[in-house]
Design a binder for this molecule. Structure first.
Ligand code: NDP
Length: 285
């Protein structure tokens, strides 16, 4: 059996088309959605992510503002910019690209962003709202995964879901969303005693570990949906996921590739949150 490929590029293109139409409608009504991106330091991967986010905005008719700071930037300067952007009614989303240099208290920076403009969904209040099922900005990567599951009509109620990874930006919100959708969720991490026992009974297996090709075919239940969140660069410069695609695709029922899987969906959901924020602002105005 060879798994169905869940094509993140194709799904993104469809969703981004719909978002562009919404953005055009809002712009015609006088509210062009606008995302402000703050990049601190010269991390090459971060620079690529920011470039892709800005390009995604442009293509969808979303205005983007980019603010760059050097590696040794003073946190007070960045906090000052955040408070300026918080107060600017023409800005609907604020994103600070992570990771930040050592002199920054990441938590303090994320909490400084207005909850109404926290389109990454990392603010503690948004996380709390999400956990209580209230209206919130949902973190982009797990939200993108939920869209991918929806696109293949995966029944979630009663499904056994196993998430490997418990980070604030992927694993934990992923588990919350799957739980809210009715799945029975197990969260695995580096302290999990028998990982294979858990993964082999998963109808939905989400890998967000940060280790290349960690999940192999023998860890997958036949017919399972395998979602690979990982983005790892191999010594030869090629990208690969946390799942060993070659062995897993022969066992899984459906699988996401890397690249071209969850990655493009993350940016798509960022654009969706920005358009949503602009819609809320237009409603208020
Ligand atoms: P983190 O490093 O924050 O978290 C990794 C998680 O994996 C931790 O919870 C860790 O457990 C767990 N883990 C590590 N080793 C093992 C192991 N041997 N067995 C079981 N669990 C283990 O990573 P992120 O969540 O930020 O990212 C995960 C991956 O997803 C990375 O490759 C990253 O590049 C990618 N990513 C991709 C995005 C996209 O758009 N596609 C967006 C964000 C991330 P413990 O908590 O015990 O340490």
């Amino acid at each position: 059996m060879t798994a169905r490929i869940i094509d993140g590029n194709a799904l993104s293109a469809k969703l981004r088309g719909e978002l562009a139409a919404k953005a055009a409608e809002l712009t015609a009504q006088g509210t062009q959605p606008c995302l402000a991106v703050i990049l601190v330091g010269g991390d090459p991967a971060s620079a690529v992510y920011v470039r892709n986010k800005v390009a995604g905005c442009e293509k969808a008719g979303i205005k983007s503002l980019k603010f760059e700071y050097p590696q040794d930037a003073a946190p007070a300067d960045v906090l000052g910019k955040i408070s300026e952007l918080n107060a600017d009614p023409s800005v609907h989303g604020i994103l600070v690209q992570l990771p930040l240099p050592k002199q920054f208290d990441e938590k303090a920076i994320l909490e400084a962003i207005s909850v109404e403009k926290d389109v990454d969904g990392f603010h503690a209040e948004n996380v709390g709202r999400l956990s209580q099922g209230q209206e919130a900005f949902v973190p982009c990567t797990p939200n993108g995964v939920m869209e991918m599951l929806k696109s293949i009509d995966m029944p979630l109620r009663g499904a056994e879901a196993v998430v490997i990874g418990r980070s604030n930006i992927v694993g934990k919100p992923m588990a919350m969303l799957l739980t809210a959708a009715g799945a029975t969720v197990t969260v695995c991490h580096s302290g999990t005693r028998d990982l294979n026992f858990h993964t082999r009974r998963a109808d939905i297996l989400v890998a967000a570990i940060g280790k290349p090709k960690f999940v192999t075919g023998d860890m997958v239940k036949p017919g399972a949906v395998v979602i690979d969140v990982g983005i790892n660069r191999l010594p030869d410069g090629k990208l690969c996921g946390d799942v060993d695609f070659e062995s897993a695709k022969d066992v899984a029922g459906a699988i996401t590739p890397v690249p071209g899987g969850v990655g493009p969906m993350t940016i798509t959901m960022l654009l969706a949150n920005t358009v949503e924020s602009a819609t809320r602002a237009a409603r208020k105005a």
